[in-house]
Write a protein that binds this ligand. Structure first.
Ligand SMILES: [Zn+2]
Length: 424
């Protein structure tokens, strides 16, 4: 990384108006009456969105290709054809009640970076590849982050293509129907770096009045299904001291999840989000409760310690209440620690532009979290109103959209380097 880039070259400003217009134009495809966007992966609307993006990329002289899961790559050559590319982008699929910014901001900020380089005649040493990953949201076809997951080896291509939607259509059939089955030979090889700009999808930047989040990594997560079993019995004829009430035990589990997460701040998270009661009847003592548990933390050892404490606490609850408590793991992803060089390039981009910024850890999953396992990566967050996303009312202010793209441009130039003799 070139630590002194900002003093060597006048990094131009991106065109905020042009970027905003482009964002609004893409959002028309699948636009909802409430101002959001419903453009789910591998649908006809996804095809329309891809076609618009490709038109914009080709207008900038980029070479567009697809791999076998439909990930889109658009290449801007560098002066050194053999150099590994700097890859920038995100995704353009949305949730059914999605907004205009989640994912699309990262892809169109990447497009804006390329438009700005072209408009200013700036040649980089490394090639730059814009990427739009297939099916990040995972709503029509699970799992989420499908395209980047296949790319990074988190799941196989065969597995991904065999996933079905509610109508029994496979992801492979849907990808073929929209005409975006490509060839893995089209993939760029090794990445010199991967940068993804994204709305924060949380409330921290807005709360602290910061414009840019320098994303240093992502929380690891461990998910469990917990089953508390007692004895269903008549609520009138069973005296209080002879009950085995599964719900009473389950409420202690809920309390423990919250207490343990609170003891590991600022990065600890603990959530019970799903809760089922059997038989769920007014005059029956609950015989069984199943609930979901979601723990997250930025450090693997701390996450392990959280889970150890959780298991010990559940053992104690079972002993004290006479209930049986079973714990089944359902998901386990380690924390992601992004590459120091990429993080520094983002931070320098924020500093050079004079934007208020802070380091931040992503609590949500992103394509960059998978790509970070196979390449140096980092992310740039901008605030979104009230932290709301996956919602039609999702909103990012134009000045923050502009700021995020300026940081992406600066960091991309830093990592891609200028062609020999091109320094201003
Ligand atoms: Zn996203």
């Amino acid at each position: 990384m070139n630590e002194t880039l900002s003093t060597e070259v006048n990094v131009p400003a991106i065109d905020g108006e042009r970027l905003w217009q482009t964002l609004m134009e893409l959002a028309v495809i699948g636009g909802t009456p409430k101002g959001g966007c419903n453009r789910q992966a591998l649908t006809e609307l996804d095809r329309e969105g891809r076609e618009l993006l490709i038109r914009w990329c080709e207008a900038e002289g980029l070479t567009v290709r697809f791999d076998a899961i439909g990930n889109l790559f658009a290449r801007r050559d560098g002066s050194n054809a053999d150099a590994d590319p700097v890859v920038i982008g995100s995704h353009i699929d949305t949730q059914p009640t999605g907004g205009k910014y989640d994912g699309c901001f990262g892809v169109l900020a990447a497009l804006e970076v390329i438009r700005t380089l072209n408009a200013n005649g700036i040649e980089t040493e490394r090639p730059i590849e814009l990427v739009s990953w297939t099916n990040e949201e995972g709503c029509r076809f699970a799992p989420c982050m499908m395209g980047s997951g296949v790319f990074a080896g988190q799941l196989t291509l065969e597995d991904a293509l065999s996933r079905t939607d509610v109508d029994g259509i496979t992801a492979g059939e849907a990808l073929e129907a929209i005409g975006y089955v490509g060839d893995d030979a089209n993939r760029p090889g090794r990445f010199a770096a991967y940068l993804e700009a994204h709305i924060e999808q949380g409330p921290i930047l807005e709360d602290e009045g910061k414009t840019i989040g320098v994303v240093t990594g992502a929380l690891g997560l461990k998910w469990f299904d917990v089953t508390v079993t007692g004895m269903a019995a008549h609520s009138g004829s069973t005296p209080m001291h002879l009950r085995q009430d599964a719900l009473l035990g389950a409420t202690r589990v809920v309390e423990a999840v919250n207490r343990i997460a609170l003891a590991h701040q600022p990065d600890g998270r603990g959530t019970v989000g799903a809760f089922q009661l059997l038989p769920n009847s007014r005059n029956v003592i609950p015989g069984q409760v199943t609930l979901s548990v979601d723990f997250r933390h930025s450090e693997g050892e701390v996450l392990d310690a959280i889970v150890t404490e959780f298991r010990q606490t559940l053992d104690a609850i079972a002993r004290e209440t006479g209930l049986s408590i079973e714990i089944a793991p359902t998901a386990d992803y380690p924390p992601q620690h992004f590459a120091a060089d990429c993080i520094a390039a983002v931070r320098q981009g924020a500093q050079a532009n004079g934007y208020a910024h802070r380091d931040i850890v992503s609590g949500a999953g992103h394509d960059a979290v998978f790509i970070g396992d196979i390449a140096p990566a980092a992310m740039i967050f901008i605030p979104c109103e009230k932290g709301i996303s996956h919602n039609e009312s999702e909103y990012a202010a134009p000045e923050d959209v502009t700021a995020g793209a300026n940081v992406l441009l600066h960091a991309t130039l830093n990592l891609a380097g200028l062609a020999a003799g091109a320094a201003a």
